[in-house]
Design a protein around this ligand. Structure first.
Ligand SMILES: Cc1ncc(COP(=O)(O)O)c(C=O)c1O
Length: 433
């Protein structure tokens, strides 16, 4: 692994540093532990506290906590802190698996809100749908509303409007803003959710900013939630948080003004304008300028073509779209290389019709925790319709469950499961119809 060195391709995938130098070479100097003067992440009173306060100021958040086990640890901890088996959590169905993991661990019962679909991927959730979900569950204890904004494809939901609704009903809003850690650094990016006032926001810094993998942030705008979330972070995170990761995050907040986000934004706009010359591949008009999403038919081999012919490695190729992650670490030359590779490859693809798809919906009939931890049985996929799923089944990326624990497996959901999966765990736990 070490010897492989991971090649020298032009990166349009995470982490956001793109393999370029952003940190001093003497890494080991920064890889320390809790000794005199280095503070403690779980009881910060010194340099970690000061660094977190600086980060909070940058994001316009009330309180910010460094995460060294990815956004995942922050999301799971937030759900654990807020919800339990006594209540319902309202969740956008296109959330990342970490939200579904948090639900299994907490024992909460999910009520799913379905997003708008863009053919083979999901987009925003409508504020009205969130309000209707709240009203449908008004006789129950609603612990939180959780959603993803922006999505992997750079589509945001109207967080301001959704927050007005959740505030009106006194329900905390958790925004998984994993893919939007860069939002505060240019007015050309969408407004970041912590600055709008969302109760809890999680940013995966390593996806779009020059820091090390697993570096992330948890912002809290409701001070009373801080102690419980901190306690849950101690349940889910390592007791040896990486000082190297924390120092690199702090370094970015020290340095960010020196990065030319204005020029970067202009470069992105120019690249987007040129990419519109493609005849077959269409660039998605999404909310995040930096997330380049290419739409065409049968794009499964798009990434391979860019790698083999142009030495460009993108984030992912799917059936009807492909994703390139651009960050402040990309030079104008990197963007041009990607742009020319896409222009030259365009003729290999056929345009994709503008299809709207329906989310393959089903019902949750038993709590995901009970389905996951209860008695299980393995059944062949072709005999699974009508059974209740005991696990979360997904492709990663995007790590959005095709079927989640507690949901009834239907024929249309089976049709979405990749053929490589031959068997599925179903629960034998009883449920009330
Ligand atoms: C929408 C979304 N949320 C959360 C995560 C988890 O982030 P991390 O890898 O930092 O744990 C991901 C990771 O891909 C993601 O795509």
């Amino acid at each position: 692994m070490y010897k492989s060195g991971f090649g020298n391709h032009i990166s349009f995938h995470m982490p956001g540093h793109k393999g370029k130098k952003f940190f001093p070479d003497d890494l080991t100097k920064f890889d320390t532990t809790e000794i005199d003067g280095t503070d403690n992440l779980y009881a910060p009173r010194g340099i970690i506290q000061a660094a977190q306060e600086h980060a909070a100021e940058v994001y316009g958040a009330g309180h910010t906590i460094f995460l060294t086990n990815g956004a995942t640890a922050g999301i799971v901890s937030a759900i654990l802190a807020l919800s339990d088996e006594r209540g319902v959590i309202i969740v956008a169905r296109n959330c990342h698996k970490s939200v579904f993991s948090g639900i299994i661990l907490s024992g909460a019962y999910p009520f799913y809100v379905y997003p708008k679909m863009y053919g083979d991927f999901a987009g925003s959730v409508a504020p009205l749908d969130i309000e209707q979900a709240i009203l449908k569950n008004k006789d129950k204890r609603i612990s939180a509303v959780a959603l993803t904004s922006p999505t992997y494809e750079g589509i945001t939901s109207d967080i301001k409007k959704i927050l007005e609704i959740t505030n009106r009903y006194g329900i905390p809003l958790i925004v998984d803003e994993a893919h939007g850690a860069h939002f505060p650094f240019s007015p050309d990016f969408p407004q970041n959710s912590a600055a709008v006032g969302a109760d809890i926001v999680i940013n995966s810094m390593h996806k779009t900013l020059p820091v090390f993998g697993q570096s992330a942030l948890l912002h809290i705008n409701a001070p009373k939630l801080v102690p419980k979330i901190m306690a849950c972070l101690e349940l889910t995170q390592t007791s040896s948080p990486s000082y190297l990761l924390m120092c690199a995050m702090d370094k970015f907040f020290e340095d960010y003004k020196a990065y030319d986000f204005g020029e970067y934004s202009r470069n992105l706009q120019d690249t987007r304008a040129v990419l519109k010359e493609c005849k077959n591949i269409r660039l998605l008009e999404n909310d995040d300028l930096s997330r380049l999403v290419f739409l065409a038919k049968d794009m499964g081999n798009f990434g391979n073509t860019l790698r083999d012919k142009y030495n460009v490695e993108i984030e992912g190729s799917f059936d009807g779209h492909a994703i390139a992650i651009s960050t402040i670490s990309d030079s104008i030359e990197d963007l041009r290389t990607l742009q020319n590779a896409v222009l030259e490859t365009d003729r290999l693809y056929a345009p994709k019709e503008q299809k709207t798809a329906e989310y393959a919906r089903t019902d949750t009939v038993i709590s995901p925790r009970k389905a996951f931890f209860g008695k299980r049985r393995v059944v062949p996929i072709e005999h699974a319709a009508g059974e209740i799923c005991a696990e979360n089944i997904m492709l990663c990326p995007p790590a959005i469950p095709i079927i989640a624990a507690g949901e009834i497996i239907t024929e249309s959901i089976i049709a979405n499961i990749p053929p490589i999966l031959r068997e599925i765990n179903v629960t034998e736990e009883k449920y009330v119809k």
